[in-house]
Design a protein around this ligand. Structure first.
Ligand code: HEC
Ligand code: HEC
Ligand code: HEC
Ligand code: HEC
Length: 472
């Protein structure tokens, strides 16, 4: 059918409806649109509404046999009205014509009628209700899902938005509004085996555990959604009724083996773990640590924040109220760490010398001599200060390096080697900006200093501008 005929048909459809609409009360207005006729005459020239799944290379447009399960109502209506961006950046059949063609536009009433028709008639019996849950999704899980999206090649074929910019291989459907678009039950069934829907389409089946699938699909369900209602475990009533004795028992059962009976980092595991050793909790103010960080580092383990994989992820082992009680014990029992320390000086250093022994590897030459490309303007320094004090993720620099930058933050006392003391001018004058940049970006392997790959280069340079103001 030519584009013009199609246009005429839709216009006739619209006119027929509007005549009907004048006479009939709004509730019955739908009766003016014969969704089935519209679908049979127009939509099925491109889409299939029945039949067995076939290769994309035999289709003109996505199959809609499961159209009643796949979409959220509002998205579908919006798409049919032409209010949503097209999905395939280079056309559905990029092998034939590599461009997006405008999609048929329906008026609001037609779109609604078609959506309702889908929801009543295009149901796929393979799709179960509530077969999988993403209830109580947390911010951390969404972050992990975003990581899995890249780790499992999804970004290779699907675009998403990062800071408003489209990234990824423009091969298949974009996913930047996937949280507004999919019904979760469809998405889960699709994920079990995409080939059940559109075989030989180029999609692949990822080798992924149910928990990781929860994170990945949870992440997709947040995309394009304003204020997705995320679960904040430590704001639940469970956290108001804690039993620290139970927490203490759990600490003995699971943590003492590395962290020691009194938390001094001297458990039996410490005999072989040195790079870095288990943290000395007795010298940490876990009471002051932001809750999200403490909760997540214990739940998801050291590697989840770029730290030692020898710190296990406990979330699957220690459940529900037990986990809550353990966190409560850590917070009430470990309050030290802020007391001034005599800084260990390297052998031969004269007393009063603040120079620390550095375990840090030397940055490659190309970084070592890099000049800071951001100026020392007040605004760069204050942007750097904000990251240092509060905003850097997974945890701010202050938590280890201290409010004053002297290495005495809540976690600082329990780490070996100690966090760098940025106030020590004799030492800092020998550490170049490029060296600092490299370590902030990549971390210092075998020490408590994790990589901050969530920071943009410019932000790292701004933090360095701030650090330079601390030298005394
Ligand atoms: C000329 C061919 C053509 C006609 C006619 C057509 N479509 Fe489409 N449709 C497409 C193509 C191509 C896409 C993929 C476009 C994109 O988003 O990049 C698409 C996408 C869709 C989608 C989203 C599919 C997905 O990826 O999940 C829906 C829903 C849809 N069409 C419904 C309809 C309805 C309802 C009609 C009839 C009113 C219709 N289409 C008529 C070609 C057509
Ligand atoms: C090698 C390319 C490729 C990779 C890698 C890939 N996909 Fe796909 N994906 C496709 C293709 C092709 C389709 C099928 C589109 C069609 O023909 O209907 C698809 C379909 C989808 C759909 C349904 C799109 C729709 O609305 O119909 C979702 C959701 C999806 N993929 C998610 C993922 C996720 C999550 C990952 C990572 C685990 C992933 N994909 C990895 C190519 C890929
Ligand atoms: C197999 C040894 C091992 C066990 C068992 C272990 N940890 Fe750890 N833990 C480590 C190591 C190693 C580090 C240091 C990680 C780093 O700095 O890279 C660490 C660090 C930590 C930290 C500090 C994180 C930071 O950002 O500096 C906390 C808090 C912690 N562990 C809590 C626990 C709790 C609670 C348990 C028991 C449920 C536990 N650990 C059991 C090895 C262990
Ligand atoms: C979990 C604790 C921790 C956090 C959080 C942390 N650091 Fe560190 N940092 C350390 C430790 C420990 C060292 C010492 C490593 C060594 O001696 O190799 C260090 C060393 C450094 C160094 C010295 C590099 C060198 O070559 O001597 C710089 C620069 C640095 N950190 C910057 C930062 C910045 C900026 C942040 C925040 C974005 C940050 N750190 C957050 C623990 C931390």
């Amino acid at each position: 059918m030519s584009g013009w005929n199609l246009f005429k048909m839709i216009m006739i459809g619209a006119m027929v409806w509007s005549l009907g609409g004048l006479i009939i009360a709004p509730i019955q207005a739908q009766a003016g649109v014969d969704a089935k006729e519209l679908i049979d005459n127009t939509c099925s020239t491109c889409h299939r509404f029945s039949g067995e799944p076939v290769s994309r290379l035999k289709l003109k447009a996505p199959d809609l046999k499961w159209g009643g399960n796949k979409y959220q109502h509002n998205w579908l209506v919006g798409f049919l009205e032409g209010k949503e961006e097209l999905l395939y950046p280079n056309g559905y059949r990029w092998d034939i014509q590599r461009k997006q063609a405008d999609h048929v536009k329906l008026n609001a009433e037609q779109a609604k009628a078609v959506a309702q028709y889908f929801e009543k008639n295009l149901l796929d019996s393979r799709i179960e209700k509530n077969a999988f849950s993403i209830d109580k999704l947390t911010e951390r899980e969404v972050e992990l899902g975003a990581g899995l999206f890249k780790e499992y090649s999804c970004l290779g074929c699907h675009q998403v938005k990062e800071d408003g910019k489209k990234i990824g291989g423009p091969i298949s459907a974009n996913l930047y509004n996937s949280g507004k678009r999919y019904n979760f039950d469809w998405l889960f069934r699709f994920a079990l085996n995409p080939q059940d829907f559109t075989p030989h389409s180029g999609e692949y089946l990822a080798d992924i555990s149910p928990l990781k699938l929860r994170h990945l699909l949870g992440y997709l369900m947040t995309l394009g959604v304003d204020n997705y209602p995320l679960h904040v475990p430590w704001e639940t009533p469970a956290f108001k009724q804690t039993n620290t004795d139970n927490g203490k028992l759990l600490y003995k059962q699971y943590c003492v083996q590395c962290h020691g009976a009194e938390g001094a980092g001297d458990g039996v595991g410490a005999l072989g773990l040195t790079n870095p050793p288990p943290a000395n909790h007795a010298k940490m103010a876990l009471s002051e640590l932001p809750m999200d960080y403490l909760y997540n580092v214990v739940y998801y383990g050291g590697k989840s924040v770029g730290k030692s994989p020898n710190m296990p992820d406990w979330g699957l082992t220690i459940h529900g109220q037990d986990f809550v009680d353990l966190i409560a014990f850590l917070r009430t029992n470990f309050k030290g760490g802020n007391e001034p320390e005599v800084v260990a000086s390297s052998a031969g250093a004269s007393s009063g010398d603040c120079t620390q022994p550095r375990k840090t590897k030397k940055a490659p030459a190309s970084f070592l001599n890099k000049k800071n490309p951001v100026s020392d303007s007040a605004s760069n320094i204050s942007a750097g200060k904000k990251l240092f004090m509060k905003d850097a993720k997974p945890v701010s620099c202050l938590q280890c390096h201290g409010k004053k930058g002297d290495g005495r933050g809540p976690l600082g006392g329990g780490l070996k080697p100690k966090p760098r003391d940025f106030t020590c001018a004799p030492m800092m004058s020998k550490i170049s900006d490029g060296q600092m940049f490299w370590i902030i970006k990549k971390g210092s392997k075998g020490t408590g200093m994790m990589p901050f790959n969530s920071l943009k280069d410019k932000q790292i340079w701004q933090v360095i501008r701030y650090l330079r103001t601390l030298e005394k």
